[in-house]
Design a binder for this molecule. Structure first.
Ligand SMILES: Cc1cc2nc3c(=O)[nH]c(=O)nc-3n(C[C@H](O)[C@H](O)[C@H](O)COP(=O)(O)OP(=O)(O)OC[C@H]3O[C@@H](n4cnc5c(N)ncnc54)[C@H](O)[C@@H]3O)c2cc1C
Length: 363
């Protein structure tokens, strides 16, 4: 296997594999992606996989997500059927007092072109009859949907390989240095060299950053999800809290706990999640839960993506974020622009690692 590349991407989750694919599109670069495990072993294999936009705030962050959601249909034409469905998204609220907040959200999102409707109870139930009669209303937008994360990542990797990009799995990166202007990436399997380096380590971004002597201000936040037995199709929208997959299973939950990299399921959260499921959709009370899983979010300390050049280290880049499923088509596109042309179609300044002024070089 070759030892020297134009670009090495560390991490083959949805973020790293999207970047590898988009970089490979014009076939001008030799690309190697290295993963310590395999592409779905991290957060990307343990996600709800909503392509979710409408209530992400502030509006500029919603706008970023909207651009990415808009790319999904084009992405599918290029890499194949990733089971992307633009179902429309419903985020129910349970008290009339929340209607005011919902109207403000709609007003703000409209400023950047995100169309949000505020629905009455009857309007929501007309769209999604399985929802509880206890809801007061919901925000709704056509832009939201969901995707099959397993197919998405498999097809990113397959399409990148077709374009000549290489992947190395089960091969941890243990050290990174610079030699004669090139990155020397030390792995279990030996050393690999590249002109450009992209860190896409998801929840391991902090420990990867240490290899470069930087502190990446990112938290590991566990989310637990329950999965029901397959049911006849009855939820046609992506609901803020649950979705029904193509095989009929309903995936429920969005808990948030800072417990480090601990992927156990716990009874207290599973019970809360089950209660929430029934509060939203009473008929779920009668169905069986067939499994639970948890994933570890890569959550930047201020909640927004860390994207772009790594300040102070020439030719090193980082892409670490929550909502990587929603954002991956756009992130792959803009990172390719950045690595290839040095400029991007969307200003990435506010996503720079530089914004964390508490960052100290620990190198
Ligand atoms: C419960 C839950 C629900 C979610 N729901 C949604 C949702 O509905 N919509 C949405 O958009 N997002 C959602 N997310 C977030 C989304 O799943 C993540 O943002 C996304 O999967 C992150 O992808 P990633 O490629 O950055 O990380 P990962 O998929 O974790 O990939 C990182 C990769 O880096 C590799 N790696 C790390 N260190 C090294 C090393 N030293 N050497 C080599 N390889 C290394 C790992 O093995 C891993 O494969 C959810 C997350 C959770 C946990």
């Amino acid at each position: 296997m070759k030892k020297s590349y134009d670009v090495i991407v560390v991490g083959s989750g949805v973020v790293g594999s999207s970047i590898a694919y988009h970089l490979s599109e014009d076939k001008s670069k030799e690309i190697l992606t290295i993963d310590k495990d395999f592409p779905l072993s991290g957060t990307s294999g343990s996600t709800q996989a909503w392509v979710w936009v409408h209530n992400k705030t502030p509006a500029w962050y919603g706008e970023l997500n909207m651009y990415s959601a808009e790319l999904y249909p084009f992405l599918e034409r290029k890499i194949g059927d990733v089971e992307y469905k633009r179902t429309g998204g419903i985020a129910p609220f349970f008290s009339e007092a929340d209607r005011e907040k919902a109207l403000k959200l709609a007003e703000k999102q409209a400023e950047v072109g995100i169309k949000v409707e505020v629905l009455s109870r009857d309007e929501v139930l007309e769209k999604e009859p399985a929802l509880s009669r206890n809801i007061a209303g919901a925000t709704y937008s056509k832009i939201d949907g969901n995707v099959n994360p397993f197919r998405l990542i498999e097809l990113f990797v397959r399409a990148a390989r077709k374009n000549g990009a290489q992947f190395l799995f089960y091969n941890p990166v243990t050290n990174i240095t610079k030699e004669n202007g090139m990155f020397k990436v030390t792995t279990q399997d030996g050393d690999y060299f590249s002109n450009q380096l992209v860190m896409a380590g998801g929840p391991w971004s902090k420990s990867l950053g240490k290899l470069l002597g930087i502190d990446v201000p990112i938290k590991q936040v566990r989310g637990q999800v329950i999965v029901t037995e397959p049911l006849s199709p009855f939820l046609s929208h992506t609901i803020g809290g649950m979705r029904q997959a193509d095989n009929g299973e309903v995936l429920v939950g969005y808990s948030k706990e800072e417990v480090g990299y601990d992927r156990r399921s716990t009874l207290d959260i599973i019970q809360d999640t089950a209660r929430m499921a029934i509060d939203f959709v009473p008929a779920l009370e009668k169905v069986n839960v067939v499994r639970c899983f948890s994933g570890i979010r890569a959550m930047p300390e201020d909640g927004f993506p860390i994207l772009g050049e790594i300040p102070g280290i020439e030719n090193a880049y980082i892409a670490a974020m929550h909502s990587g499923i929603t954002l991956s088509p756009l992130v792959g596109t803009v990172m390719t622009e950045l690595l290839s042309d040095g400029e991007t179609s969307i200003d990435l300044e506010r996503f720079s690692l530089k914004r964390f002024d508490t960052i100290q070089s620990i190198g």
